[in-house]
Ligand binder design. Structure first.
Ligand SMILES: *Cc1c(COP(=O)(O)O)cnc(C)c1O
Length: 231
């Protein structure tokens, strides 16, 4: 059943790539597995998916421990500074860096482990109070500040668009993020590249791909609705 969901999502990604004249290889599908049991992740893993997204450090660490070692784990949720040490050397990418203080802590932990940690800067493109992320106006300044830390490398931008019924409503936001990434790229800041744009979820990933997303984070579309009643 999860296999059918994945097949459907894959087909829709391919169709969006076709419409946008993009190659399928330009878009990474991240299976967002938060709250889901490891057996569900395994089912999707068995279909060849290797990128998984989680938003809670404890759950992420447990799954890293128990799941196959070739999985690339993406930290997509709000990250507290005191938990950075548990994940810096465990994840492929931290999508949710929205302050200099958090980047500084990642830098400290990276140096201890003698690694460079790839990160994205999270932008709150619709200025929603309920969401984390730096404003579009403050993004370039934050990127410049973080660029000075040599234990982290900025690889691009991430955004969570508003929850909408009609995904077309988010097209303008996705376009703004793409434009912002081009603006930042044009600043030619040392230690900064804009190769990755992480945007698009179950409700809007096709529009996001049409507007230049390189990573879509799909949870419900693959694993079904989440049940938070036990947590
Ligand atoms: C939960 C989550 C997703 C996936 O959301 P769906 O609508 O279930 O696809 C994507 N990104 C982030 C940051 C999330 O927390």
């Amino acid at each position: 059943m999860l296999k059918d969901n994945l097949f459907d999502v894959e087909q829709r990604i391919q169709a969006a790539c076709d419409r946008a004249g993009r190659d399928r290889s330009e878009v990474t599908l991240i299976a967002v597995s938060k709250t889901k049991p490891e057996s569900d992740l395994q089912e999707i893993y068995d279909q060849g998916i290797r990128d998984f997204g989680e938003n809670k450090v404890q759950e992420l660490c447990r799954k890293i421990e128990n799941m196959p070692k070739d999985i690339k784990w993406h930290m997509i949720g709000h990250l507290q500074r005191n938990k950075v040490k548990y994940i810096v050397d465990q994840v492929e990418l931290i999508h949710s860096v929205d302050s200099f203080r958090l980047a500084e802590e990642i830098n400290i932990q990276a140096k201890k482990k003698e690694i460079v940690v790839p990160i994205l800067v999270e932008v709150n493109i619709a200025q929603e109070e309920s969401k984390f992320g730096v404003s579009k106006e403050d993004a370039i300044e934050l990127v410049k500040q973080i660029a000075a830390l040599d234990g982290v490398q900025i690889k691009g931008l991430m955004t969570i668009a508003p929850y909408v019924v009609d995904s077309e409503e988010n097209r303008g936001y996705f376009r703004k993020i793409k434009d912002l990434s081009v603006d930042i790229e044009n600043e030619n800041i040392d230690n900064v590249c804009m190769d990755i744009i992480s945007m698009g979820m179950t409700g809007d990933f096709e529009v996001a791909i049409e507007e230049g997303s390189t990573m879509v984070r799909v949870g419900t579309g693959i694993f079904g609705e989440r049940d938070y009643s036990n947590s």
